[in-house]
Design a binder for this molecule. Structure first.
Ligand code: KMH
Ligand code: ZN
Length: 271
């Protein structure tokens, strides 16, 4: 079994300071949170930028500042979001890919997202995938529903995404796939055998799905984007605190944790 890649999803587009007082918002705060998560054991950080008022932005310059600040602090893999917020246009969403990060997310289908709709038409999935390929950015295929795996495989057929694929199963978003163990097994059994995968359980599903991924040979995403709590009714102090728990769990379950460079090899992004 490969070593465990832990991704810290530091900020997200939806969470507010009201819900999580320690949510990192500014480039300095996000870079510091990335560094703390790295020290705790994260090999990768999934980043959403916020503007000076704390609102989600896909602005190239803000992502550039965050990327440079993180790189100045530590060698963690920087993975910007191309999902942004539900109201961002596809053109806005694609901006951070121009920074040529090692990875970026590629959502592979449309789904309900709470009261909203997260739009990913075939035209735009192809556009995003093509630009990532041109710039040498490895996509992390975001899967919110089973059919999105097929959409990703269609992109492979069209030559827009290269195998092996790396998936992130985002499970428990209201309106999309539920987060039962059988749902995870269904997704895992539906992807090509040479794929890698990580799981991001939303809210209370974060921890049980992480434990399942550790034992199944998958990888784990935790962080304030997905879950602001440490336990029922108790807010987590930091993203790093959530990472630390996964490191402890992995140790107990006999799974070693990957460094950023080890993760690069596992993901095939070693430069
Ligand atoms: N904020 C969601 C609407 C991604 O980062 O690529 C989309 C999202 C996915 O978070
Ligand atoms: Zn995201």
């Amino acid at each position: 079994m490969d070593k465990l890649i832990i991704t810290a999803a530091l900020t997200g587009a939806e969470v507010t300071r009201k819900e999580q007082p320690n949510l990192p918002l500014t480039p300095d705060e996000i870079a510091e949170a990335a560094y703390e998560a790295y020290k705790a054991g994260a090999a990768m950080v999934h980043v959403h930028a916020r503007d000076s008022e704390g609102n989600p932005t896909q602005d190239y310059e803000v992502y550039k500042e965050i990327k440079e600040k993180i790189e100045a602090k530590c060698p963690v893999i920087f993975q910007p979001s191309t999902g942004g917020a539900v109201w961002h246009s596809p053109e806005e969403r694609l901006q951070p890919v121009e920074l040529k990060p090692e990875m970026a997310t590629l959502s592979c289908g449309t789904c309900n997202f709470g009261p909203d709709v997260f739009m990913n038409s075939e035209e735009y999935m192809e556009k995003f995938a093509r630009r990532m390929k041109e710039l040498g950015v490895k996509p992390e295929i975001e899967v919110f529903e089973r059919g999105m795996i097929n959409n990703a495989l269609k992109l492979v057929k069209k030559g827009l995404v290269d195998m092996p694929l790396h998936f992130d199963f985002v499970m428990g978003v209201p309106g999309a796939i539920t987060a039962e163990l059988r749902d995870l097994l269904y997704l895992v059994e539906s992807i090509p055998a040479d794929s890698t995968w990580t799981v991001a359980g939303i809210g209370r599903f974060e921890l049980p799905l992480a434990a399942a991924a550790i034992t199944l040979g998958g990888h784990v995403r935790v962080g304030f984007e997905d879950n602001v709590y440490y336990s029922k009714g108790v807010l987590a102090k930091s993203n790093a605190e959530l990472v630390e728990r996964i490191v402890r769990l992995a140790k107990e379950l006999g799974r070693e944790v990957a460094s950023p460079d080890e993760a690069r090899v596992i993901l095939g992004i070693k430069k």
